[in-house]
Design a protein around this ligand. Structure first.
Ligand code: ASP
Length: 441
């Protein structure tokens, strides 16, 4: 029998009512056999997420402050769920133990991981499923990426097709066996790892929206939903700020070509968005672009030097300076006598002058300047490779909206067109591009 892995995000598992919804969803399809829950998220905008409260407890404990108040808030959230669902558990005792552990001193990762751990225990009790502790099976490398030995080990542990398993998200172990978490929002990654380990037929990612929208609804009014999108498109979009799905979570499922479906726990009938290796013919025919995303907070270093093109290793030495300083380079557009480096502004916050000085010293350019705040917008779509006029539409829209384009970049994969604009023009530019491609719905 083929199986479906279901990851439920924080708001999907925030209280007993949500637990009931999850059960109904699981009962709706017998293939939904492996569940990956997050820690309870917010029930209301003003409320804190459990994971954040756990970080607070850890940080207060570390300076010997009294963390009883946030700790009791956490305990109450879990015990309320258990009581409302009439679950008999030993959670209260486990919370006493955690309180002592935090007082004695734990790692931050361990403290944060307990959110998913306790929720996993509750879910296993509620669904009468087997609880699998990721600390035993998911190994995370020092780089924060999963160790591939995980797949065989976890796959073997989840082999019984007749059972239902609960594998909490967000954490695993380091090579020494200590609890280690992924980056924030990392339960998406856990779900992908579990799906890959059991070679699932489908990875369902249940959240609080009905799939991806073609643009950020805070900027574009009522954007269209995406029906189907490729792994590559979604990685590009989530990296550029569309945040429904963790951008690292695609990687484990790509190799096994496992489709992902983003679904809404509070509207399960909605088809959501499917993420696939290759678009269906009907989708290719009807969509020019997959979506538009963008972020503020970039800076551009502009370097000019006559005959730069003749100087062997110029770009190599420039990128070496960035590497030496631990600065990650986003884009690197160039011309015959000029090269620009676009980086996140945070990297230059306290050291922009010394970076420019090092460039002057090592590369002896004619000029080097720093262009402060830049916003980047990515127009993404596999269809670009074989459609004529996409770029023309983007730039005509920007011209009509009176937006000055500071920089243009198109990835070699022809998957995106990236434009850089000043932050004041960001929202206007995004709206203009969106309306050029999508008719109002
Ligand atoms: N609970 C973790 C976080 O808030 C992981 C997750 O929900 O995906 O980041």
């Amino acid at each position: 029998m083929s199986r479906v892995v279901c990851k439920f995000g924080g708001t999907s598992v925030a209280d007993a009512g949500q637990f009931r919804r999850v059960r109904t969803i699981l009962e709706g399809d017998d293939r939904r056999r492996v569940i990956v829950p997050s820690a309870p998220g917010k029930r209301a905008k003003s409320e804190a997420k459990i994971t954040d409260l756990l970080y607070v407890c850890h940080d207060m404990a570390a300076v010997k402050a009294n963390f009883s108040q946030p700790f009791e808030e956490i305990r109450t959230r879990y015990l309320d769920i258990a009581r409302e669902l009439s679950l008999v558990t030993d959670l209260d005792r486990r919370f006493d133990a955690l309180f002592d552990q935090l007082k004695r001193g734990t790692t931050r990762d361990y403290a944060a991981s307990r959110g998913e751990y306790f929720n996993g225990l509750l879910f296993a009790a509620y669904l009468d499923a087997e609880f699998i502790d990721p600390q035993e099976y998911i190994t995370i490398l020092p780089t924060g990426i999963v160790d591939p030995i995980t797949y065989a080990a976890l796959g073997a542990r989840l082999a019984d097709l007749d059972r239902t398993y609960v594998v909490p998200g967000f954490y695993g172990r380091d090579r020494q066996g200590n609890v280690k978490t992924f980056s924030r929002g990392g339960s998406d990654i856990s779900g992908a790892i579990v799906a890959r380990s059991i070679n699932a037929e489908l990875y369902e990612n249940w959240t609080d929206v009905s799939g991806f929208l073609m643009a950020d609804p805070r900027i574009v009014t009522n954007p269209n939903p995406m029906q189907e999108v490729t792994y590559r498109e979604i990685r590009e979009l989530s990296y550029m700020g569309a945040n429904v799905f963790h951008d690292e979570a695609i990687v484990p499922v790509i190799e096994a070509s496992i489709p992902i479906c983003i679904k809404n726990t509070n509207n399960p009938q909605h088809p959501g968005t499917r993420i696939v290796a290759k678009l269906g013919e009907d989708v290719i025919k009807t969509t020019e672009i997959a979506g538009i995303a963008g972020k503020k907070g970039f800076s551009m270093i502009c370097i000019e030097k006559s005959l730069m093109n003749k100087e062997l290793g110029f770009a190599y030495r420039l990128l070496g300076i960035m590497e030496g300083r631990g600065i990650s380079v986003e884009h690197c557009p160039s011309s015959i006598d000029g090269i620009n480096i676009i980086v996140e502004s945070k990297y230059l916050q306290d050291c922009s002058e010394s970076v420019l000085d090092e460039i002057r010293r090592v590369l002896q350019p004619d000029s080097v300047t720093l262009e402060g705040e830049l916003a980047l917008i990515a127009v993404v779509g596999e269809g670009m490779t074989h459609s004529i006029g996409i770029a023309a539409k983007v730039f005509a829209a920007l011209r009509d909206a009176n937006v000055n384009v500071r920089v243009i970049n198109q990835g070699a994969s022809e998957l995106n067109i990236i434009v850089g604009v000043v932050p004041e023009d960001f929202e206007r530019a995004l709206r203009a591009i969106y309306s050029a491609f999508v008719k109002p719905n």
